[in-house]
Design a binder for this molecule. Structure first.
Ligand code: APR
Length: 257
């Protein structure tokens, strides 16, 4: 499907699909937080520009050089201090109130969906603000990014603490992908927002939904590997496209005079 600059006709078509759906599923990636000033991974100035994921986002990297890994995640925590949810995050909160049933799934670890007011967010890749013990699984949520002179250790067992995110090669949080797959299987519309659709198993959710009969709507500033198979690709920033889409759903959801 060619990318569609979100014309009012196409927005209305998608809004109609959403208004009629029993369950709407939405999967987001780093792109939805770009307008909050949070770097994406693979775009210009992305986090993987000039840096290899295997050097900072794998268990092996943490084993080999925990200081470097913690420097990477402390920098991401610091970037979050001034970040706030944007219009795209808030639009999804409103959408959940307008449709019969809504399931939000995110690959993001920035917590901005929850901060915007989304409930029951399936956080496939964890939460960057969590410190977790590598030994006893003790954990706590940390606000800010206070300078640390040494590697953090567990107050319970003195084990080394790690960020509460899922690294490449690790299992996702227990139950997360199963819940996401169930939602993908049962939805009538799957919105895929701000993701390059390159990382599994998240990337497979859209095609799984489509095989089960759902309409797949991609919202992205660029084309991706999903664009050709999506039913519709609404090209544009999610901070603009999502509010426009929700406005259309709201009109269709108002009781007929
Ligand atoms: N609105 C919509 N889409 C946007 C915007 C925007 N304002 N800005 C950027 N995008 C799109 C880009 O075109 C790109 O397709 O968001 C996507 C971001 O892709 P990535 O940087 O690859 O991020 P993501 O897809 O979330 O990465 C998935 O990879 O590195 C791992 O664990 C990490 O969760 C991450 C996973």
């Amino acid at each position: 499907m060619a990318a569609v600059e979100p014309s009012s006709e196409m927005l209305n078509t998608v809004a109609t699909w959403i208004a009629r759906a029993d369950l709407v599923c939405c999967m987001t990636g780093a792109g939805i937080s770009a307008e909050s000033g949070i770097a994406t991974f693979r775009g210009p100035d992305g986090l993987w520009e000039g840096r290899r994921p295997e050097d900072v986002a794998t268990p092996e990297a943490f084993q080999r050089d925990p200081e470097s890994v913690w420097r990477f995640y402390q920098a991401r925590r610091k970037a979050l201090i001034s970040a706030r949810p944007n219009a795209g995050h808030f639009a999804l909160v409103r959408l959940a109130e307008l449709v019969a049933d809504f399931q939000l799934i995110t690959q993001n670890v920035d917590g901005l969906h929850r901060e915007a007011g989304s409930r029951e967010v399936i956080e496939l890749h964890g939460d960057v603000r969590i410190d977790r013990c590598t030994n006893c699984q003790w954990e706590t949520r940390v606000e800010g990014a206070a300078e640390r002179s040494a590697l953090p250790h567990c107050p319970e067992c003195d084990g080394l603490l790690r960020p509460g995110v899922v690294w490449f090669g690790e299992m996702l949080p227990p139950g997360a992908i199963e819940a996401a797959q169930l939602a993908a299987e049962n939805c009538q519309v799957m919105l895929v927002v701000g993701t390059s659709s390159l990382v599994q198993p998240a990337a497979a959710l859209a095609s799984w939904a489509q095989t089960q009969g759902a309409k797949v709507v991609e919202i992205n500033t660029d084309s991706t590997v999903l664009s050709s198979s999506a039913d519709v690709h609404l090209r544009g920033p999610s901070g603009e496209v999502l509010p426009a889409l929700v406005a259309g759903v709201r009109i269709l959801s108002e009781p007929r005079p």
